[in-house]
Design a protein around this ligand. Structure first.
Ligand code: PGA
Length: 253
């Protein structure tokens, strides 16, 4: 059985004191959550220690937004897997569209990060998704297949138990244009088919595939009612306590 993973990506928002307060409030607001739902927040690096403290003893998981692919050394401004592990981080977002498009991260670099995270015992959330022009050119499945195949290159079948995929169409991120449940479902079913081609049906069936891109408290139920949508990666709405609480408490319709 796949687990549901409802995650907030806070991006470059909230200072540590604000992040700590938000996390404390979230702990209270999701206390009565369903047992098979996991909730995660991904604050900026400098907020991780304060948030870790705030969520202690709760069901909330801690994720980072990025990670360097090297062990340590002269990489000014970068953050290593060991640094994240020492704070108690469990997940790490890799290949987010803002990393791919603003910071020009390639599939090859993202693949190195995925493998390094797994080797270190961090759970990567591999983010994939097509640009608007790629969707309009009919290349959606080709782009997502490439990002999956390249991003997961040399990742073993055993390690797939610790990998989460986040399908985030770039045209839906931060734009208010959420994909319809049907479009998201069709694309994510095709992503699962790629996983099945790579690892077989049984392993593919156990991989959590999140949808991301303008998810709100009003769109979450329709999305989460789809067969191949196992969670959400939420930006904007994860910065609002009420909205994110409602997202974590989604209902299947
Ligand atoms: P959004 O961001 O919910 O603000 O569209 C999603 C993401 O970038 O993960």
């Amino acid at each position: 059985m796949r687990k549901y993973l409802m995650a907030g990506n806070w991006k470059m928002n909230l200072v540590p004191s604000e992040a700590k307060k938000f996390a404390e409030d979230l702990v209270k607001s999701i206390k009565d959550l369903d047992k098979d739902v996991e909730v995660m927040i991904c604050p900026s690096f400098v907020c991780l220690p304060a948030v870790k403290e705030a969520i202690k003893g709760s069901i909330i998981k801690l994720g980072a937004q990025n990670m360097n692919e090297n062990e340590k050394g002269a990489f000014t401004g970068e953050i290593s897997a060991d640094m994240l592990l020492d704070i108690g981080v469990e997940y790490v977002l890799l290949g987010h569209s803002e990393r791919r498009h603003i910071y020009k991260e390639t599939d090859q670099l993202i693949n190195k990060k995925v493998k390094y995270a797994l080797a270190k015992g961090l759970k990567p959330v591999l983010c994939i998704g097509e640009l608007l022009e790629e969707r309009e050119a009919g290349k959606t499945d080709e782009v997502n297949r490439r990002q999956l195949v390249e991003g997961l290159k040399d990742v073993s079948a055993n390690d797939m138990a610790n990998v989460v995929i986040a399908y985030e169409p770039v045209w839906a991120i931060g734009t208010g244009k959420v994909a319809t449940p049907e479009i998201a479902e069709e694309t994510q079913a095709n992503c699962r088919k790629v996983l099945s081609d790579l690892y077989g049906q049984t392993i593919a069936n156990n991989v959590t595939i999140q949808y991301g891109g303008s998810v709100t408290d009003t769109s979450v139920d329709g999305l989460m009612s789809q067969k191949n949508i196992d969670g959400a990666l939420v930006g904007g709405a994860s910065l609002k306590l009420d909205a994110f609480t409602r997202i974590a408490k989604f209902n299947k319709v």
